[in-house]
Design a protein around this ligand. Structure first.
Ligand code: ZN
Length: 410
């Protein structure tokens, strides 16, 4: 996004403030905030990686006196040490303001009943959805994940109008509701779906089977949590709340900024965060910047729907597989559902790619469908896969973000 005098000033303050923390005190020890006068000076600042934050465990990111911290959250690290993010009262407030703005952008009002399925606790998701809904004045239903039968009962009895969920959990709910034929008892109008890359087919299934309009909500624990950006009615990427953050898009390999409109990794610098300010934080989310005004009238700039994560991009036999290109390829084959899993193994000196996909076609049609999928893959991505059809619902669904590409080679 464009660098202005105002943003440069905010970044300078943020860098000066960040240096009060143990981590940035060392990480930016050579940097004098007063020297950041131009965009080129900003670009000399080192990136911050998730591993840096892990190394700052437990409270090495805290940039204010301990008594100013009112809450901590922690990112769901599957490996290694957790990342602890401390929040001041103002951070908690600012996050709710951004989240309220997300609901407003999605057309949610104080008359809505907001059914919140993401988890509560150290994870930021549930409480972020709740704080924004309460600030808006809507009725928050803090149900959390799991117990799908009870979810659906409460959704019917309390007449929930807005569903907040990950895409895989929204799909699971949609499947259960369709299975039971109870769509006429469901009052949902909108669904705010957590920032996971998800394909057109899955989107259409959730929208049709739940009868809702879908919004992509973006965020990560390291930068407040979900709610720092959202798509609008015009479904053209996500507006980012750039009064709270500055973002740039860089080549994930070289760290150099890409040209406007090119795909790269999203890097975020916070502008007002007190507890744990971040400078040039690498999100590993792949996207691109969209240009031009949005028809909705919001002036906040937009990034495209996530294309995947730079750590999910896998290279096989010289070709790069992005989860989004798998989605697109499968979307082009009739009879294939949105759900798939890819296993990459190394056997007898060769990389073997197995693609499991769900289909509603009866088992005697599997052979033909598998051949079509194999041919489409070869044509679109340039590699040969073993395509294996399975029935609808046979692949695992998850309440959190789901992993679809498993690289077992290393
Ligand atoms: Zn818009």
């Amino acid at each position: 996004m464009e660098m202005t005098e105002g943003i440069l000033g905010a970044i300078k303050n943020n860098v000066g403030h960040a240096k009060h923390s143990e981590f940035y005190g060392m990480h930016l020890s050579d940097i004098d905030p007063g020297d950041i006068k131009t965009e080129a000076d900003f670009l000399k600042l080192p990136f911050t990686e998730k591993d840096d934050l892990r190394g700052a465990y437990p409270l090495g990111l805290n940039a204010v006196p301990d008594e100013k911290i009112v809450r901590i959250h922690s990112s769901s690290g599957t490996t290694g040490m957790p990342v602890i993010i401390p929040y001041t009262e103002r951070d908690v407030h600012d996050w709710a303001v951004m989240f309220k703005r997300c609901y407003e952008t999605a057309g949610v009002t104080e008359r809505d009943r907001v059914h919140i399925t993401p988890g509560y606790g150290l994870w930021t998701a549930g409480i972020g959805f709740q704080a924004g809904a309460e600030m808006l004045g809507a009725m928050a239903l803090p149900i959390g994940p799991g117990n799908t039968d009870k979810q659906i009962m409460m959704m019917m009895d309390l007449k929930s109008t807005v569903l907040c969920a990950t895409s895989s959990y929204a799909l699971l709910l949609a499947e259960k509701i369709t299975e039971r034929g109870i769509l006429d008892k469901i009052h949902l109008k909108r669904a705010l779906i957590g920032s996971e890359r998800w394909g057109e087919k899955m989107r259409k299934r959730i929208a049709n089977e739940l009868g809702v309009r879908l919004y992509d909500i973006y965020g990560l624990t390291e930068i407040y949590g979900p709610g720092i950006g959202i798509s609008c009615d015009f479904e053209c990427g996500m507006h980012m709340w750039t009064d709270y953050l500055y973002y740039e898009i860089v080549n994930p390999k070289t760290g150099v900024r890409v040209r406007q409109g090119e795909v790269g990794e999203l890097v975020i610098t916070t502008l007002n965060k007190e507890g744990a300010p971040l400078v040039r934080y690498r999100t590993h989310d792949l996207t691109r910047e969209l240009t031009g005004e949005c028809a909705c009238g919001l002036k906040f700039p937009r990034i495209d729907t996530l294309i995947g994560r730079s750590d999910d991009m896998v290279k096989v036999k010289g070709a790069i597989i992005y989860p989004s290109s798998v989605d697109e390829t499968l979307a082009g084959v009739d009879g294939v559902s949105s759900e798939y899993q890819i296993m990459i193994d190394h056997l007898n000196g060769k990389d073997i790619v197995t693609l499991f996909f769900e289909t509603e076609v009866p088992a005697d049609g599997y052979d033909g469908l598998e051949k079509t999928v194999k041919d489409s893959f070869k044509a679109a991505i340039g590699i040969t896969v073993n395509a294996k059809a399975v029935g609808l619902g046979d692949l695992p669904r998850s309440e959190k973000k789901s992993t679809r590409i498993f690289d077992n080679r290393y």
